[in-house]
Design a protein around this ligand. Structure first.
Ligand code: ZN
Length: 319
């Protein structure tokens, strides 16, 4: 493991969009409402302490309500706190932010925000939608609840039946953090929120992909993403580090996903982190990111070395 205080350059580049040549790595954890999975969060916190990694942790409100001491612990250890819906769909119906009414979405967001605030004494301003299911209405609801960051738009992702993202609406949205348009989340605009897309190369850069496709394939995906974006957003779930028999899952969760859940997944995570750091990524957190104002409709071209935006790439590909 290469990360540590001894290797300070990884730790000082907090949000250097435009300020640093190093690409940024965001370690994020989604705490869905899965009773029993809190043990996995404890393991992840110990892992982060050991590797001096600070992440952004998204809590379903019911998780925060059930385990307030863990939420507080995350904050005390220097992780940023966000919310992840109220019940996430949890053990009952799915919470779908793409189709729910504005009032319903505000209620879910408000309840989750209150639960995290009750637990840790700070009011979160970072959001990730359950199942990355988000719409323009969610943007308005988040704005009204005082949120400033979202990390839900699944750019370049299509799960082909394996995961939860089977729609193409957001496929060509930007890979770099951007301010979305209130009328169309896939376009840069004037929203007060900053969207930090969870990284994908068809499949998401997450632990389930690592478990299923293996590190060599994920390395190729990261190289593909690295040619198009200077931001790599990874996520995992506490439930993935606990045996399925010790947890209570929502009906909607696939049996396939439950199969590989075990504490040994920490080794996979460690190998992944090692690769990311050796390839020059600097761990950073979401709060504090700034983005340049982009004219909507204009191609996004960053001029850093051989880096090429995906939109430019796509236009060239069409010639
Ligand atoms: Zn989730």
């Amino acid at each position: 493991m290469t990360l540590g205080n001894g290797n300070g350059q990884h730790l000082v580049n907090r949000n250097g969009h435009g300020k640093t040549a190093l690409p940024q790595f965001y370690f994020t954890i989604d705490c869905d409402w899965v009773p029993g999975s809190q043990v996995g969060l404890e393991m992840l916190l110990a892992f982060c302490d050991r590797t001096h990694l600070k992440g952004t942790i998204f809590f379903a409100g019911r998780f925060a309500e059930a385990y307030p001491h863990l939420v507080r612990d995350c904050h005390d250890r220097g992780h940023q706190l966000g919310t992840h819906g109220w019940a996430h769909g949890g053990l009952e119906d799915d919470e779908d932010f793409r189709v729910a009414s504005y009032e319903q979405q505000r209620r879910w967001i408000r309840q989750a925000t209150d639960a995290v605030e009750m637990a840790a004494g700070i009011r979160p301003v970072v959001f990730r939608a359950p199942n990355l299911s988000i719409g323009e209405t969610t943007l308005r609801a988040l704005e009204q609840e005082g949120y400033r960051y979202d990390s839900s738009v699944p750019a370049r992702r299509f799960d082909m039946g394996f995961g939860r993202v089977h729609y193409l609406k957001y496929f060509w949205s930007p890979l770099e953090p951007y301010r979305p348009s209130g009328n169309d989340l896939t376009m840069p605009g004037e929203s007060p929120l900053i969207e930090v897309p969870p990284s994908s190369c068809l499949f998401p850069i997450n632990l389930a992909t690592l478990r299923t496709l293996g590190l060599p394939m994920v390395q190729r995906m990261i190289r593909w993403i690295g040619r198009r974006s200077r931001h790599l957003v990874f996520y995992c779930h506490p439930s993935e580090f606990v045996y399925a028999k010790d947890q209570v899952f929502p009906d909607a969760m696939s049996k396939w996903n439950q199969k590989g859940m075990c504490p040994a997944n920490l080794s996979i995570l460690e190998a992944f982190l090692d690769y990311v750091l050796k390839h020059g990524y600097a761990p950073t957190q979401m709060m504090g990111i700034t983005v340049r104002r982009l004219d909507s409709g204009q191609p996004i071209v960053l001029r850093a070395g051989s880096f090429q935006s995906d939109r430019t790439y796509r236009e060239e590909g069409q010639r």
